[in-house]
Design a protein around this ligand. Structure first.
Ligand SMILES: [Zn+2]
Length: 423
């Protein structure tokens, strides 16, 4: 009878590191509250002081209008003034939160120079992509004032699919070096796992995180031909082969469950809802309140940003909740596929110790900000799986009819060794 491998591992939660983890999380949260506060005050100031209108009037000379009502140069300059103003004002926070704090807690291995290079690369990439989206929105506001929000949502969906495809081959290599995982025991194990789940894996790559961070990570990236499992080199050298296999199985679970698609689709639905509300708010501001000259008036930008930020805050717990469900399902997959409860738990504990993650954040904090279940919950999940599995195995071993009164819900039918075969 194959049983769950729950051999006791020596690795334990490091209480000292947990203290630091809570402290670090608290400081990071405080920084993001300050950041949000600055953004809110800044945008409300631009909005109410008349600065937003003055800036538009000042940009009147940029009158190129390829389509009636769409002034691409005005849109671009207006956007850059707002975004660069925000970046300059919050740059001390960015430096403290992105460089000083991770170094103080031993999480960053970057020099100031390499950190600055990454910062600028990210900034330019972000500005280019955001500027394209903003231009698109103002073009559609000019030509499709009633249905622009629907078009924007559709184009963004298309854009996010393209980006998910291209990110692992075009964007991420700008920041990290990737190399195929060397043929060996681990790749053999992954291929065996994948074969058992009838899934073709397009490759496992090592991501060279160690030049930037001490933290470990793994992920499923890409879609279609770029779909791949990525393992941080900060994990490869410090985890046992069993632990890495469980991590690979978790990533394979995302693969089998098509989780990237689920995230893209759910995000698109949330975006569509936000854009629709933004549409109502814009029509109200222009047609009822006459705050702006037209829907595509660039002076609406601070208003659009403010509302987008508010909707983003409302949507965040929803998308984090969905992500936590998906992550928990991938954990279940990893446990089912490997039966290595001990290795799963020790990998989780290692991650908590190494990455300074608080294993038991307050429920409210977890609900609002965490896109993975807390590690404490993931450990409990593993214990619960072991009990469920032992219970199941004993039933099939003794050929007893299942006692329905004590049967936990969601239990796979008898102790099958290929629980995902039905997938
Ligand atoms: Zn995951």
């Amino acid at each position: 009878m194959d049983t769950v491998n729950q051999q006791s591992n020596t690795i334990e939660v490091d209480e000292d590191r947990q203290g630091k983890a809570r402290e670090y999380a608290r400081k990071r949260r405080r920084l993001s509250y300050i950041d949000m506060g600055i953004a809110a005050v800044g945008i409300i100031f631009v909005f109410w002081s008349g600065l937003g209108i003055a800036l538009r009037n000042w940009l009147q000379s940029l009158a190129w209008q390829p389509v009636t009502g769409w002034y691409p140069w005005q849109v671009l300059v207006y956007f850059l003034v707002l975004m660069l103003g925000y970046q300059v004002i919050t740059s001390p926070l960015a430096y403290y939160g992105g460089f000083v704090l991770p170094h103080r807690y031993g999480l960053s291995t970057m020099t100031l120079r390499s950190w600055l290079i990454d910062l600028f690369k990210g900034l330019i990439l972000g500005l280019v992509m955001e500027a394209l989206v903003i231009e698109l929105i103002y073009l559609l506001l000019a030509v499709q004032p009633q249905t622009w929000w629907l078009w924007v949502a559709i184009i963004l969906l298309f854009f996010s699919v393209v980006m998910a495809n291209l990110a692992p081959v075009l964007i991420l290599p700008l920041f990290y070096k990737f190399t195929p995982l060397q043929e060996g025991e681990l790749t053999q194990r992954l291929l065996a796992l994948a074969e058992r789940s009838h899934t073709r894996v397009r490759g496992v790559f090592t991501m060279h995180l160690s030049s930037k961070t001490t933290a470990a990570n793994a992920a499923l990236m890409g879609l279609g031909n770029t779909r791949r499992i990525v393992l941080g080199d900060t994990m490869l050298d410090r985890y046992t082969p069993d632990e890495i296999e469980v991590v690979l199985a978790h990533e394979l679970g995302h693969h089998v469950h098509h989780d990237l698609w689920k995230l893209i689709i759910s995000q698109s639905v949330l975006t569509l809802g936000s854009l629709y509300l933004l549409n109502l708010a814009l029509h109200w501001a222009v047609e009822t309140q006459h705050y702006y000259l037209s829907l595509s008036d660039v002076a609406t930008m601070p208003y659009v940003f403010l509302l987008t930020a508010v909707f983003g805050l409302i949507v965040l717990p929803i998308s984090n909740g969905l992500s936590r469900v998906i992550e928990s399902q991938a954990d279940e997959y990893a446990l089912q596929a490997t039966k290595m409860v001990g290795a799963f738990k020790s990998a989780m504990i290692r991650l908590a110790n190494q990455n300074l993650s608080d294993i038991e954040p307050s429920p409210l904090i977890e609900f609002l900000f965490h896109d993975h279940p807390a590690i404490g919950k993931r450990l409990k999940h593993a214990d619960e799986f072991a009990e469920r599995y032992a219970f199941n195995a004993s039933i099939s071993a003794e050929s007893l009819p299942p006692t329905s009164s004590t049967e936990p819900p969601g239990m796979p039918s008898s102790g099958s060794s290929t629980p995902e075969a039905a997938h």
